[in-house]
Ligand binder design. Structure first.
Ligand SMILES: [Zn+2]
Length: 138
């Protein structure tokens, strides 16, 4: 297999293939998500790609009322906020992502520790097509 550099571009390419990929240090086994070219634990540079199962728990969340242009284009606004958060995967690493299956208008109903499952959101078409990482509350 050809070595794929541990870059954001490669991470995004895997997302487009509906794979959530982390880097794992060959020396100490530490995971990094998004991937890093240097181990966050031992600073080693022998890394490998490893696919995450895509299950985890909600660790933190927030509401976005004023989002980037592409989110406004999806209809989100001050009166229709969306939710992002940090999900701690079963593998032990944390990643920020859009949150689905939660009601941004009822923040009190969302609980830290809620089981979450990965989803891949396709937006745009052709050259503009991008895949965004999201997690849906179970
Ligand atoms: Zn390491």
């Amino acid at each position: 297999m050809t070595e794929i550099a541990f870059t954001t571009a490669a991470f995004n390419q895997f997302l487009a293939e509906h794979k959530l990929m982390a880097s794992r240090c060959v020396e100490c086994g530490a995971l990094a998500l998004p991937p890093r070219a240097i181990c966050v634990a031992c600073h080693g540079d022998r890394l490998e790609w490893v696919e995450m199962v895509g299950k985890g728990k909600l660790a933190a969340f927030t509401w976005i009322y004023v989002g980037p242009t592409f989110m406004n284009a999806e209809g989100f606004s001050r009166t229709n906020p969306y939710c992002t958060g940090i999900v701690e995967l079963d593998e032990g690493v944390k990643i920020s992502a859009r949150l689905l299956g939660v009601d941004p208008k009822n923040p009190g109903a969302i609980k830290i520790g809620t089981p979450m499952t990965v989803e891949f959101l396709e937006r745009g078409a052709g050259e503009e097509k991008r895949t965004f990482l999201a997690f849906r509350a179970e």
